[in-house]
Each structure stands twice: as C-alpha cells, then as structure tokens.
Design a protein around this ligand. Structure first.
Ligand code: ADP
Length: 379
C-alpha cells in the first residue's frame, strides 16, 4: 500500500517537474522569437520618421517632447519652453486653451504674416496619462502648408488681376454694341441685328464670368478671416429677392417667403447676399413658368437653417455632390442659354465655408431641388 502511495506521489512529482520544464522551454522559445522587443520598444522613434512636426506638452503647457522635423523647423532648444512661444498666433493660443480646458481633440488652420508668411494646419490631441491619476498631455501635429498657400495666393492674385484687366475693355465693348444697336434701329437688316444680339449676349455673359472670378478670388484671399458681425439675414434675403425681381417677373415665378423677420446670424452682409442671389437665381433659371420657390427658416440655439425649395428641373443624384465644383454644369448648353458661368455654386460653397456654415443639397430629377444653408448665430 505504502509502495503504491510512494509510486503515486513520485508520479505527481515528476509530472510536475515535466510540466515546469516544458513551460520554461516554450517560454524560452517565445522569448527567442520576440527577444526583449517589448522592453526596448520606443514609439517616439517612429515620430522622428514622420515629416510633420510633432510637439508634446505637459499639463502646464511646457514642451516635453519634440520630434526631428520640429527640431529642424523650430530649433533644438525647445524643451521646457511654452508652446505659445513657438507659434505666436492668438487663435492658436485660444484653441490650445480650449483643448486643455475641455479635454477635447481639435484642429486649427493658422496663417502668420510676420516676420515671414507661414501657414500651418495643426491637430491638437488631448491624451490622458494612464500612469498618473488626473495627469494629461497634449500632442500637437503640425503640417506646414506655407508653400501650398503661397501658390494658391499667386493663383488668386493672377485671376484677380486678369479679371480686373478684362473689365475695362468689356465696358468699351458694351458701349460699342449699344451705339451700333442704336444706329441700326432704323435699318431692316435682321441678319446684322441678330448678330449684334448674339455679341451682346456673349459680352454680358463674359462680364458675369469676370465678375464671378473676381468674387471667387476675393473670397479665397479672405477665407481664413471668419466673419464676426451680427447681420439681419431676413433683410439680406428680402434685398436679394428685390434685386432678382425683374428675373422673377420674366420667369413668371411665384415666391413664398416664409422666413421670420429679424433673424440674426454671424456673417458679412455683401457675401451672404452673393449666396442668396446665386441660389435663388439658379432656382429661377432652372424652373419653368408658374412654378413656386419657397423660403423657410428654422432656428436652434446656436444655428439658423434657411431652406430654399424650388420646383425646377432638379439635379440627378450622381451630380448633386459635383454642382459646387468650379465650372461644373450638368448641361452646359442649358447653363449658357440662361446666362450661367458654372461658378455660382462654387462661390456659394466658399462663402458658407468661410462663415463656418454648411450647405446641403437635396434634389429629385424633374421634381425640384432644396438648398439648406446653415449659419452660426454665435461666434
Ligand atoms: P451656373 O452658372 O451654370 O448656373 P452654378 O455653379 O450656379 O452654375 O450651378 C452649377 C450647375 O448646377 C448648373 O449648371 C446646373 O446644371 C445645376 N444647378 C444649380 N442649381 C440648380 C437648380 N436649382 N436646379 C437645377 N439645377 C441646378
């Protein structure tokens, strides 16, 4: 009996030793496959391979880490300095303070003019430090857009200059056409009169194109300047409608303006007028006679939504997302015949973006389109 117990116990003992030995062996094997890699893994090494500048700050906004690109751009002696000493921009300081206060991730585009022009897109990440309670850091990922912005400024300046130069000869053409038309009044020459009418129509279209290009380049140059004024958008819509009155009458269109009076948004009056004139003009141009255009509004605490609905030709689903592209026209001949330039909705989109608003388009071919414009009520 004792022998049997001894054999049983020694069986357990050797079994235990075998399992232990096997475990050590397999552990050794996996150690060999992954030799101490976790212990020496350093994520910061990857940051040095990234082209963007990366800066990490502690909760006191002092710099605790700088990657290679950031050292190259901003200097080697950044540690322990305040982040605000590197890029002195009031909006960036405000955004950084917000990130620290609200503990959120955010981003900002900044342009600095002094001592030299610089443009950056900066993503700010709030990171909770898992090792110490209630401690946190902020990581700034900075993308240098200076060269891209400079090229875009040169392009806008070029378009603005050309458009400006074209305005004067266009005025001369218009005067010339006017006087030819007057002198042809008493002649019965249909052919010449038709020809002059075509030249007049094309001159007017070119004038509209030049003025649209000028507006577009002006907006592009001011895109980073967020409007700060309180404006009465109900009045802007009414003024836009009165400017378009001759077109409304000519197109035999009914207008139902259901907007409340004295609705206030943050914006620029002239630019918002461009938005409503362009959208309403399209609704008139792309509607048949006796159709209705309805204007409605809806308010939330922070935003105002203006809804413009027409009963026009509509936009096919596959084109809706493209109509705000420059020079995109679904039917170029139709656009030409109604005096379009293909720039109207591109201008609208740019202005709404500058206002930190939103444009949504819903449409059904043959039934009509709805343009929903959201604008901020507070800064
Ligand atoms: P355009 O000067 O040609 O009207 P826009 O940029 O204003 O240029 O509009 C782009 C295109 O979107 C137009 O050519 C037209 O095909 C389409 N579109 C715009 N608004 C409407 C609308 N209310 N109904 C139908 N199609 C529209």
């Amino acid at each position: 009996m004792i022998n049997e117990i001894l054999i049983f116990l020694s069986g357990i003992f050797f079994g235990f030793i075998f399992i232990l030995f096997f475990k050590i062996k397999t552990n050794k094997k996996s150690d060999n496959l992954n030799p101490k890699s976790e212990k020496i893994f350093n994520p910061f090494k990857f940051f040095d391979l990234i082209k963007d500048e990366i800066i990490i700050c502690n909760k006191n906004k002092e710099i605790t880490y700088v990657n290679k690109s950031a050292k190259k751009k901003f200097g080697n002696d950044l540690l322990n300095k305040y982040f605000s000493n590197i890029l002195r921009d009031p909006d960036l300081i405000e955004k950084t303070n917000q990130t620290y206060k609200k503990k959120i991730n955010t981003f900002i585009d900044i342009k600095i003019n002094q001592p030299t022009f610089q443009a950056y897109k900066i993503k700010i990440f709030y990171i909770k430090d898992q090792t110490e309670q209630n401690d946190y850091t902020c990581m700034f990922i900075i993308r240098d857009l200076t060269d891209i912005e400079k090229a875009s400024i040169i392009k806008s300046d070029f378009i603005a200059n050309i458009s400006h130069e074209l305005r004067t000869p266009l005025q001369s053409f218009k005067l010339g056409i006017e006087s030819i038309k007057n002198s042809l009044k008493n002649f019965k020459n249909d052919h010449t009169q038709n020809f002059i009418n075509i030249v007049e129509k094309d001159t007017l279209r070119m004038e509209k194109l030049v003025s649209d290009l000028l507006v577009l380049s002006k907006i592009e140059q001011q895109e980073h300047r967020i409007p700060k004024d309180k404006v009465n958008v109900s009045l802007i819509v009414k003024e836009s409608l009165s400017i378009l009155d001759p077109l409304i009458k000519k197109g035999e269109i009914q207008i139902e303006n259901e907007m409340d009076d004295n609705l206030i948004v943050i914006g620029q009056t002239e630019r918002l007028k461009d938005v409503f004139i362009n959208i309403l003009e399209n609704s008139i141009k792309y509607s048949n006679p006796n159709k209705t255009i309805r204007i409605e509004s809806q308010e939330t605490e922070k935003k105002l939504e203006i809804k413009i609905t027409d009963q026009g030709i509509g936009i096919a689903k596959e084109y809706i997302h493209r109509v705000t592209e420059r020079f995109f026209r679904i039917d170029p001949e139709k656009s030409k015949s109604v005096g379009g330039t293909g720039l109207g909705l591109a201008i609208v989109k740019h202005i709404i973006t500058q206002h930190r608003g939103e444009l949504r388009i819903e449409s059904e071919l043959g039934k009509g389109s709805t343009f929903l414009i959201t604008l901020p009520k507070t800064i």
